[in-house]
Design a protein around this ligand. Structure first.
Ligand code: F6R
Length: 261
């Protein structure tokens, strides 16, 4: 796992965007795994800047969102379908029909989840997956206790996740109780993973993901099993890492010939 510690949230976004840009430049028809929430915002902002500058294009790329709430209307401003349209499809110039979000309103949610897995497979898999991490260590909405082998499925949101996400809704009671999320097994299948985290409130989760035991109690610790996982964090989110000096030294002295991707 590569750990990159940068001074500001904006620098985290620029570094993560550089990883995505390299993938889409090498392969314009690349498939990108898309996270929502606050963490990837600075990444999407920098990717949009690169698109406007003519450096990269997502016109031939595909996208698959990590997750979606169950039970809120598609056009609700906080549905992940709405957020992906607003923050990703429009500013990055994806063709809307080439970006999919799990269907949280399907009559048969199990079937829809299986179809989502099939669609990812039919697209040839995900080339690079953008991830955030919850304060409880979840990635996607794989809450503590999620199987490392899990695939896209329905999950019950943890009370802490609902509290954390209440900032996006008028009241805590308005936060959905369930979701459909790519599984940890689905995420592990991506060719490369880039997890971004900013702020002191993420420091314990980042330390548990990077340096804690491999345990389904901290679903993000599954990154330790992935061959090409990069964790890009600001100083505050890095503050609980025990080997912080080693990660800094490694990144600052990274030889040109040392490639992770
Ligand atoms: C979002 C997702 C979640 C978030 C996590 C952190 O698609 O899958 O894992 O990345 O809850 O959320 P923020 O970034 O809002 O702190």
């Amino acid at each position: 796992m590569e750990i990159v510690i940068l001074p500001t949230p904006a620098a985290v976004g620029r570094a993560a965007a550089a990883r995505i840009a390299a993938v889409v430049s090498a392969r314009p028809a690349a498939t990108i795994g898309l996270a929502t929430g606050s963490s990837p915002q600075s990444t999407y902002t920098d990717l949009a800047r690169r698109v406007r500058a003519g450096e990269i294009s997502f016109a031939h790329a595909r996208g698959f969102a990590l997750d979606e709430y169950v039970g809120i209307p598609l056009d609700h401003p906080e549905s992940y379908a709405s957020i992906i349209a607003r923050d990703v499809i429009t500013p990055l110039g994806f063709v809307p029909s080439r970006v999919q979000v799990p269907d949280g309103r399907a009559a048969d949610l199990d079937h829809a989840a299986k179809e989502y897995e099939d669609a990812i497979r039919a697209a040839g898999g995900i080339d690079i997956q953008i991830l955030g991490v919850g304060t409880n260590g979840h990635i996607g909405f794989n809450e503590p206790g999620s199987s490392f082998a899990s695939r896209t499925r329905i999950k019950t949101l943890a009370p802490r996740t609902r509290e954390d996400n209440a900032r996006f809704f008028a009241r805590l009671d308005d936060v959905p109780t369930h979701c459909v999320t790519q599984g940890l097994g689905t995420i592990l299948d991506a060719h490369a993973l880039v997890l971004v985290a900013q702020g002191e409130h993420k420091a314990d989760a980042v330390a548990a993901v990077v340096e804690g035991p491999l345990t389904s109690f901290v679903p993000g610790s599954v990154l330790q099993l992935h061959e090409r996982a990069t964790v890009i964090v600001d100083e505050a989110a890095a503050s609980q890492l025990r080997l912080i000096d080693y990660y800094r030294y490694t990144y600052e002295n990274k030889p040109a010939w040392q490639r992770n991707h």
